[in-house]
Write a protein that binds this ligand. Structure first.
Ligand code: ADP
Ligand code: MG
Length: 356
């Protein structure tokens, strides 16, 4: 990259149930990016979907008070010849050319390909997976079927639409009883941060779990519960250059790794490296890169697995915009590989530029 500073648009917030998580990830990025390399343009998307350029104090992002501070409506132009942010100051529109966009958005409209589609239209290089791979990885049922076709081991599962379930619960319950073993996990196919996920011990608890998952998505996934270790691997690079980090482990303090455990109580533990043998870790790293390539990922993804009591490696899910605070698993794994948080941002920006 040349010596010229890049105009880096950092987009945070969004309409998803992971809005708050995004505010935390973005705050870390804004406190750690290299001031010599980038001029930041901070764009916050409110929960109701307004786009605002934020020119106030970074400290006001995490608690949401930025929304009442120095904000101006702004959005990316879909016109490829502009490659710009359009800032609407009163009656006037101001145009700022943008070199790279870093969407620090989790979940709906941020990690599912929708905003990536807008970036594609704009012609501006952006960090992370493209429209297709974001959409595929967001939908756990689609991810499962693509990876099964590639013989990547996963837990037994089935999926259905919530309205079909409630039209005749007994029918689906019978299917679940025939194909899976309790305890099962019920989850929305499209969601994240454990929102809408339940561990279900018996058929009687299914209605409530499906109702909870259905608040997040019309498509519901039910999986065999796996007992064992929960481990995660961070992949960085583009298709040809993708590299896997060492493997980390989640020591969940709750019944499973739920939302509160992830973000509220902070009582779950990240164990780096994972307490698994070297051979298992090496296989996990290979599968992580294979899944990353198969699903068409680029830039980054965190690939999550279980290692069951027989040491079987079971892929759980692929997160295309994993938690990105300086203490989140993805950056911590690269930190352990000798890549600092600041350098990680540079590597991701470089991937975006190279892939364009
Ligand atoms: N099949 C499963 N067996 C055991 N635990 C599971 C299973 N599916 C999910 N979990 C638990 O629920 C958590 C959240 O589920 P996950 O599929 O990772 O969804 P999310 O995208 O919300 O992170 C996992 O981190 C894990 O602790
Ligand atoms: Mg998960």
């Amino acid at each position: 990259m040349s010596d010229k500073k890049l105009n880096l648009a950092i987009v945070f917030g969004g309409v998803s149930s992971e809005h708050e998580v995004s505010r935390m990830s973005a705050t870390s990025i804004l406190n750690n990016y290299s001031k010599e390399k980038y001029i930041p343009y901070i764009i916050g998307i409110t929960k109701d979907g307004r786009w605002l350029l934020y020119e106030g104090d970074i400290d006001k992002i995490v608690d949401g008070s930025w929304e009442n501070d120095k904000v101006t409506p702004a959005f990316f132009s879909p016109d490829k010849s502009m490659k710009s942010l359009i800032i609407v100051r009163g009656e006037k529109a101001e145009r700022v050319p943008i070199d790279v966009i870093f969407p620090v958005l989790h979940g709906k409209n941020g990690e599912d390909g929708t905003i990536q589609g807008l970036f594609e239209m704009s012609g501006i290089p952006y960090v992370g997976c493209d429209t297709f791979s974001s959409a595929v990885c967001m939908d756990k049922a689609v991810t499962h079927s693509l990876l099964s076709a590639a013989n990547i081991e996963q837990t037994h599962y089935l999926w259905f639409y919530a309205d079909r379930y409630f039209a005749n619960p007994e029918k689906t319950k019978n299917r679940i009883a025939a194909r899976l073993n309790f305890p099962v996990f019920v989850k929305p196919a499209n969601a994240g941060s454990s929102v809408g996920v339940s561990k279900v011990n018996s058929a009687e608890e299914l209605d409530e779990a499906v109702r909870k998952a259905a608040k997040e998505d019309k498509k519901i996934l039910v999986e065999d519960g796996v007992t064992g270790k929960e481990v995660e691997c961070a992949v960085l690079g583009n298709r040809q250059t993708a590299e896997a980090s060492i493997v980390g482990e989640i020591g969940a303090s709750a019944e499973f790794y739920d939302y509160d455990d992830k973000y509220i109580n902070g009582t779950s533990e990240q164990i780096i490296p994972a307490t698994i043998d070297d051979e298992t870790a090496e296989r996990i790293r290979e599968i992580a890169v294979r899944a990353f390539r198969l699903l068409g990922c680029s830039g980054l993804a965190r690939v999550d697995f279980f290692v069951d009591e027989q040491k079987k490696i079971i892929l759980n899910e692929v997160n295309t915009m994993p938690g990105f605070t300086h203490i989140s698993m993805y950056p911590m794994l690269w930190e352990a590989m000798g890549v600092s948080y600041t350098e990680l941002i540079d590597r991701l920006v470089a991937c975006a530029v190279e892939d364009n």
